[in-house]
Design a protein around this ligand. Structure first.
Ligand code: MRU
Length: 367
């Protein structure tokens, strides 16, 4: 997608030295656009853990490239074991997004399940990392095509009047390698000339809506307003939301979807107000091994400082941190919640738009 009119992906092999992987440093957005080079498995571990890269698809793609770097680091005498150890290190960085373990396992299978030489395995690891990143972009592009039809229908019903779409967190191109999941249909609608406007939840505590989604939409010139996290219900009661669309970090076989904390409350409000609620994600986010998402999806608990302290730009234009509570106030910080299938209108993936039910999922994704 575009940054100051220039096309970027969120992760790429460095053109001058293919032993280096470059990323956009998302902790610096929206106030500064900076890229960063990753050279070691430890660099990859830190980038995922510290959320320099974040978002389910991008975490998966980063793990894919991390395993390529692991193949460069692996000793010839102990190659497959070294690869598996690096895989364990990367997979342990964050628990909720399924794409992470999915990408690590895909790489381990590809690299280790053969009798090739170590150098051939290294080539395979590089090709597979590129394949994972390219597939992520292509699947997101298709999610855009599939979701576009939903927006088009609403626009027709409104006789071309503005379609108001609410989204939570950042499931845009920054959360993937390109296009995004929840934002991909929005970009497709904009390109198709449909009049749209996006309500952007700020998404406390890390404010991915305010810092990333608002920035992305601004770069792509999509009309939007930032709203406080608790505003969505009020807007829905007053007919100001035509649809909600969010991303997902893990989706169960029963159609339950884990997404950034606060998503569930938006889905409840949507149900109460007959606002259609869509969840968009590529199939790498499915966890076919679990059925009950509320009981079984692992929810990340992060440090309390993310709740107690906020960062932003001050009047002098300097980025700084401020504490928003008394010095001694303790805080708790769950990163995700699970929206049960019964609150979701439809799932949108690269293969189409379908009911959030085991039957519908297995029809589209026969295991
Ligand atoms: O903690 P993050 O920023 O990695 O969380 C992921 C998200 O941005 C959201 O949950 C998103 O809506 C789904 S990931 C495409």
């Amino acid at each position: 997608m575009l940054v100051n009119g220039k096309h970027y992906r969120t992760i790429w092999l460095n053109k001058n030295d293919e032993k280096i992987v470059s990323i956009i440093d998302q902790t610096k957005l929206p106030h500064s656009f900076e890229t960063l080079d990753l050279r070691t498995v430890e660099d990859f571990r830190c980038a995922i853990k510290d959320m320099t890269v974040r978002g389910a698809g991008l975490i998966g793609a980063t793990a894919g490239y991390g395993m390529y770097i692991a193949a460069l680091e692996a000793k010839n005498e102990n190659f497959d074991d070294d690869i598996k150890k690096s895989g364990e290190i990367l997979a342990a960085t964050r628990p909720t997004a399924k794409n992470l373990s999915w990408a690590v396992e895909r790489q381990i299978k590809k690299i280790c399940d053969n009798n090739l030489s170590c150098d051939e395995k290294r080539k395979i690891a590089k090709a597979e990392a590129e394949a994972i990143a390219n597939e992520d972009a292509e699947f997101c592009r298709k999610i855009g095509e599939n979701g576009l039809e939903i927006i088009r229908e609403i626009s027709k019903k409104k006789n071309g009047k503005t379609v108001n779409i609410l989204t939570h967190c950042n499931a845009g191109w920054l959360a993937f390698t390109d296009y995004g999941s929840a934002l991909s249909p929005i970009y497709a609608a904009k390109n198709a000339g449909i009049d749209i406007h996006v309500w952007v939840d700020e998404t406390r505590p890390r404010n991915q809506g305010a810092s990333l989604t608002a920035w992305e939409l601004g770069q792509e010139k999509v009309a939007h307003h930032l709203i406080a996290d608790n505003c969505g219900g009020h807007l829905m009661q007053h007919g100001l939301v035509d649809m909600a669309i969010v991303g997902a970090d893990r989706v169960s076989l029963g159609g339950d979807a884990a997404n950034k904390i606060g998503t569930y409350l938006k889905a409840l409000a949507a149900k109460d107000n007959n606002v259609p609620f869509y969840v968009a994600f590529p199939s790498s986010t499915f966890d076919f091994e679990i059925f009950d998402g509320v009981k079984e999806i692992p929810i990340e608990e992060r440090g309390s400082e993310e709740v107690r302290i906020m960062s932003g730009k001050n009047k002098d234009g300097k980025v700084c941190e401020v504490q928003i509570c008394p010095d001694s106030t303790p805080a708790k910080n769950w990163g995700f919640d699970v929206t049960p299938a019964r609150l979701i209108t439809k799932l949108i993936t690269e293969r189409g738009v379908f009911e959030p039910s085991k039957e519908a999922i297995l029809k589209i994704y026969p295991i």
